[in-house]
Structure formats: C-alpha cells, structure tokens
Design a protein. Structure first.
Length: 96
C-alpha cells in the first residue's frame, strides 16, 4: 500500500472516531498528504528509513507551523499560530 493511501486511511479513521474520543484538536491532512507523496517518491527511488511512511501525531505542546501551540490551555487560542515547526516535528519529518 502506498504511503499516500495509508495516510488517507489514517485520516478517514480519525474523522470516524474523533467525534466520540476527541483526541485531535487540529488535523493537517493537506500537509500530511504532500509529505506522503514525497515519501512515496523516496521509497520508489530506493530510500528507506525506519519511520518512512509512518503517520505520527503531535501533542499541541509542540509548535506546528500554522497552528496555535495551545499547551493544553484554551487561553492560548488567542496566540498567533507558530511560524515554524518544533525541532521534534522537523526530525520526525526528516525520517519520512
């Protein structure tokens, strides 16, 4: 199964289950799908890392570009969105 299809299936599952468990505040589906296309390309070119194509979630304690970093508090919703990803997010993305 391609990474793109796996990511799409992951988001389908999140949309189905999240209303009852409320585990996700924000979804970055477009971003994830762009990265999945990149991962599929890297895999087709023979590149492989331990985490390539594995979906991951980021707790809102960590900055994600374009999203507010809530740190578990509603009062932080008024803060401007992060301008760049936290180091942890960048490192996970680098793994594919």
């Amino acid at each position: 199964m391609s990474v793109r299809r796996r990511i799409s299936a992951t988001f389908d599952a999140i949309r189905t289950r999240n209303p009852s468990i409320n585990a996700f505040v924000d979804l970055t589906e477009e971003r994830a799908l762009r990265q999945a296309v990149d991962a599929d390309t890297r895999l087709s070119e023979g590149e492989s890392t331990a985490l390539i194509g594995v979906p991951f979630a980021v707790k809102n304690l960590f900055a994600v570009a374009g999203l507010p970093t809530l740190a578990g508090s509603k009062i932080n919703k008024a803060l401007p969105p992060a301008t760049e990803d936290a180091l942890l997010v960048r490192r996970l993305q680098a793994c594919g």
